[in-house]
Design a binder for this molecule. Structure first.
Ligand code: UDX
Ligand code: ADP
Length: 454
């Protein structure tokens, strides 16, 4: 059995490394148009930071796991082709800002059609709008060449930072196939691959559309929880309630559950916003305007939460931050990743910059991406060393929940900062009372601020 994966990114790379690791008899080749990325996958400096990934890659690399830029050869030799290319939100034309940009996917489909010499199973691994499989089948089967392509949907549920654990021990694997003889046969083949390490009862099967829609819905529900708790955090700040107590109290209701109730400066990542916008576009396409508006609000609360955070900084620092040095601790969209796609830090830095703050960004893994994201801003520095970043700063804004930030020497930090020294905890991970006792002005999400000044 030969598997080829087109797209060596955050999804394709780790997923294929795990399949190769768990299925030693399957030859897995990951191809990409980005030669630099492919070269990095062949070294110990992998192109993405993901805890535990290098070990899994090294276990199979050169044995049954290969990385290559020979896309045509990869396609030709494969029985199963996973397509894991990027599908960003469209920035132009019909559906701009909401619909998925499918140009990379379509290019792949055309290439598969053009170079294939035998029947193949094509697996959608990228998150795609519902009914994409149908459109892709039309591309694949346009012009008769006698080759049969069977399209399956197999959405990825891994979260960055915990990708290896999520892949090794998934809550469920979802595979959608057509309710035809060839569809069910292909579906069975993919089930057999996962069954090498995933218990059968956790491998769910459905038709293609249910599978595609389940992925969008799962992410919309997760994001909705974060927006719901963030909406309540604003109310906590206004009333004197504490969001941590509220989260805990509601989370102990077993019907609600405790996960994804951590109030924050907002959610980021390549999936949540994109998938919700996709869902909104889908609803609107079918004339379901109320459903569209309902989900749109999850994104709007997220934007509101980020702007509210900057507004709080501005108000607490006496209405002006022009010329003040603000140290941003953490730029990645969450801990344990170098990924900054849709990170709340981007919007926060842009809004701080509009107020003419002097920004210095620190992050253990995401500084290269941060430099690209903020390339157009002036008055901005990048400093990996936290203690240098905060030196002489007027304020610290903690935006990513990296563990290292929880155990910093805040006494030393306080003494090196301008006074009054402000700290804005956008992730509610610090010990606020202790910081207050050290002399800081402490502001967090969903709790009244702690100030020595009034
Ligand atoms: C998500 C889904 O979890 C995953 O199943 C899907 O395959 C891809 O999208 P990911 O984007 O990697 O994964 O990160 P996730 O852990 O879901 O976090 C998303 C964002 O929400 C992060 O910015 C995180 O900091 C934020 N978040 C999460 C909160 O603000 N509060 C929470 O309680 C949980
Ligand atoms: P994800 O988070 O979905 O994995 P990434 O952007 O990390 O997204 O990865 C997608 C990968 O797909 C990129 O490395 C990109 O170079 C690759 N890619 C995009 N279009 C093609 C294509 N037509 N052929 C091969 N690789 C492609």
């Amino acid at each position: 059995m030969n598997i080829c994966c087109i797209g060596a990114g955050y999804v394709g790379g780790p997923t294929m490394a795990m399949i190769a690791h768990k299925c030693p008899k399957v030859k897995v080749t990951v191809v990409d148009i980005n030669a630099e990325r492919i070269a990095a996958w062949q070294t110990d400096e992998l192109p993405i930071y993901e805890p535990g990934l290098l070990k899994v890659v090294k276990a199979s690399r050169g044995e049954n796991l290969f990385f290559s830029t020979e896309i045509d050869e990869g396609i030709r030799n494969a029985d199963i082709i996973f397509v894991s290319v990027n599908t960003p939100t469209k920035t132009f034309g019909e559906g701009a800002g909401r619909a998925s940009d499918l140009q990379y996917w379509e290019l792949c489909a055309r290439r598969i059609k053009d170079v294939s010499e035998s029947d193949k199973i094509i697996v959608e691994k990228s998150t795609l709008p519902v009914r994409t499989a149908e459109a892709m089948e039309r591309v694949l089967h346009s012009g008769e060449n006698g080759i049969h392509f069977e399209v399956l949907s197999n959405p990825e549920f891994l979260a960055e930072g915990t990708a290896i654990a999520d892949l090794e021990n998934p809550d469920r694997i979802l595979i959608g196939g057509h309710e035809t003889k060839t569809g069910q046969k292909a579906l069975g083949q993919l089930v057999d691959i996962y069954a090498n390490w995933v218990p059968r009862e956790r491998i769910l099967t459905s038709n293609v559309w249910s599978s595609e829609l389940s992925k969008l819905t799962a992410n919309a529900f997760l994001a909705q929880r974060v927006s719901s708790i963030n909406a309540i955090s604003a109310l906590c700040e206004a009333t004197g309630a504490n969001i941590k107590d509220v989260s805990h109290a509601i989370g102990t209701d077993s019907r609600i559950g405790s996960k994804f109730l951590q109030a924050s400066v907002g959610f980021g990542g390549s999936c949540f916003k994109k998938d919700i916008l996709n869902l909104v576009y889908l609803c609107e396409t079918y004339g379901l305007h109320e459903s569209a508006a309902y989900w749109q609000q999850v994104v709007e609360i997220n934007e509101y939460q980020q702007s509210r955070f900057v507004k709080n900084i501005l108000q607490s620092m006496f209405g002006t931050i022009a010329g003040k040095r603000i140290a941003i601790l953490g730029f990645a969209f969450k801990a344990d990743t170098g990924d900054t796609r849709e990170s709340p830090a981007i919007k926060v830095c842009k809004e701080l910059s509009e107020e003419h703050a002097k920004i210095v960004v620190s992050d253990p893994k995401a500084l290269d991406n941060a430099k690209l994201d903020l390339a157009n801003l002036e008055n901005i520095d990048f400093e990996e060393d936290v203690y240098k970043a905060v030196n002489q700063a007027d304020a610290i804004a903690l935006l990513t929940d990296w563990n290292i930030y929880k155990n910093l020497d805040f006494e030393k930090i306080y003494s090196s900062m301008q006074k009054p020294a402000f700290i804005f905890d956008g992730r509610n991970v610090l010990d606020h009372e202790k910081l207050f006792d050290l002399g800081f002005e402490v502001y967090s999400i969903g709790k009244p601020g702690l100030s020595h000044l009034n």
